[in-house]
Design a protein around this ligand. Sequence first.
Ligand code: ZN
Ligand code: ZN
Length: 342
Amino acid sequence: MNRGVVLTEVGRYGLEEIEVARPGPHEVEVRIEASGVCHSDLHVAQTGWAHRLPVLLGHEGAGIVEEVGEGVEGVAPGDRVVLGWRSPCGRCRWCLRGDPRRCRTPPAAKGRLSLPDGRALAQTLQMGTCATRTVVHEAAVVRVPDGLPPEQACLIGCAIATGVGSVLETAGVWEGARVAVIGCGAVGLSAVQGARIAGAEEIYAIDLDERKVEAARRFGAIHGGPAERLDFVFDVVGRPETVAQGLHLLGHAGTLVYIGLPQPGAAASIDLGMLFDRRLRIVVSHGGDHWPAEDFPRLAQWALEGKLDLEAMVTKTVGLEDVERAFDDLRAGDVIRSVVTL
Ligand SMILES: [Zn+2]
Ligand SMILES: [Zn+2]
């Protein structure tokens, strides 16, 4: 019997039995081994976030390929994979002009999941990883080395790809740069790690929660001294106040990278004189512009080499029935990541 955490109405979710049909052409069935509990899942649970209901939660998953549909060549049953929610479609304007990292129409499987009463089950960001099994498009599965424990590997699929990608792909942080990260949850800590890998000279961690600043130090942040005249600020919080704070910290030709999900209707006011005088830039990062097929193998390799610390990002492993508690821990800031293991 397959089970998954399903949102049936906004704010109401729980563990349900689910039906998993066989994968169609260019689709892959994955037996999930681990699924990270991310803020975006909480956002889906609280608002639905443009998903049709009922929807299966989870989008940061790792597992084993169980069955492949017709025409699938990249993976075979038994392969260990991480699922990627941002795979380029290959057909849109951005993909066709050779800029797949800007694609916003990732291909999806044709809806192979349902509830026992026959209702079709949507999948969070086309994934639905908070479940024993899921079916996704072949573009969304990326092979990773066996040496990585699944509860660590799954983080590559969202938090790590978003944080590190924001630094290396969206911003292009250079060696010797001065960097700050506002908001040091899993994505912020991944940005800190990305900045360290990029060779940033100064990395400031900013968070109202002192525990998170402390965690950021372990991942390479240098906390101390007033942060100012920075080259890059990563705003993982995304509130008008943090945007203002971030812009103020920037020096000449500095870049604010906006990662945080805005509240509906939120608006910020910008000092245009400062924007002009300092030649500031504001760029938006969607998932760190990551490209699963290109980035995941490299991120996994870095993790194996110890360049990227995934182990310290996993605070807790929990069961499928504990997702509500994992959401509470996330809201309270008690964990970097809780990971559902199966
Ligand atoms: Zn595309
Ligand atoms: Zn996520």
